[in-house]
Design a protein around this ligand. Sequence first.
Ligand code: ADP
Length: 344
Amino acid sequence: MNIQDIQAILSGIIHPEKNKDIISLGMVDKISVNDEKIQFTLNFQKAKDPFINSLKKASEFAIRNKYPEFKGDIVILITEAAPKKVEKPEQTTTTGGIKNIIAISSGKGGVGKSTVTSNLAVAFAEKGLKTAILDADIYGPSIPKMFGLESYKPLAERTEGRREVILPAETNGIKIMSIGFFIDPEDALVWRGAMATNALRQLIHQTEWGEIDVLLIDMPPGTGDIHLTIVHELKLTGAVIVTTPQEIALADVVRGIKMFQSEGIGVPVLGIAENMSWFTPAELPDNKYYIFGRNGGKDLAEKAGLQLLAQIPLVQSVSENSDNGTPESSVYTAALADSIISRL
Ligand code: ADP
């Protein structure tokens, strides 16, 4: 447990009157963590704020609930002073050195969005591009497992005169930050949702990405709060929609496309990546079985006036490699990378 963990937990505590969490409100200060004691200060702007006690209790409860094994003291000091200013995202963002930010999205889960994201990142890196992934899929953050990074604990660093930054993992020449590094998959979804939006905002603005050519964002399936957070906090270059040939009839896919294209959001949809297009058994390399139907993604692209960026077959080694933490590019994901590059 470290300062970031405590910040992530406290970013789920909402001040009822201000309707914002206590981290975003700049109320939390001087966090220290060790085996015996967790201590921090809660700054209240208003003397005799009626929520002092309930927020203090809620903070302690949230920490104990998250870390039942911690038996030490939780000391919450209260001060009544103007909260320090929360820096504006434009001033704090760490994404200034990133040339292209691409959201990888899908209508629903299980179509291979994360697998395509990982393999695509490998393809970009193999082309010599400085590549990064931000895994924002709060419902199933699978990028850490796909790169064998389940035990990675992101470190925070504060250099003199600078604010605190969080260091991404780096493997296969790809920088990786995942919401999965911060949330416990066993936490209740409703709790996770509240924490995740704030934690994600922090990841977006505090991750030390450095110079990056392409940042891929593994989005949660469907449309929701996380999508809005991402499109508001980051300037996306475009979105890629992953679908299987079978999903085309699903309203969710169309809704996803419309969300990016809507007036308030205005993120260009670069095209459709059709995954699981056919199955080729290793022993019959020339055979193609269209088990989820044929050309569904292509038809969808035509109907929506979008480009079909690539068709990626169902291959046993693809799923084995992502289970083993060794994602690999193939001619298909390399083709997808080329199609995307040509549209940037
Ligand atoms: P999502 O991110 O859309 O929920 P995943 O990327 O987790 O989906 O993929 C779901 C499952 O399908 C995983 O077990 C993955 O290994 C497998 N999978 C995805 N794409 C392929 C593919 N092209 N070939 C073989 N297996 C695949």
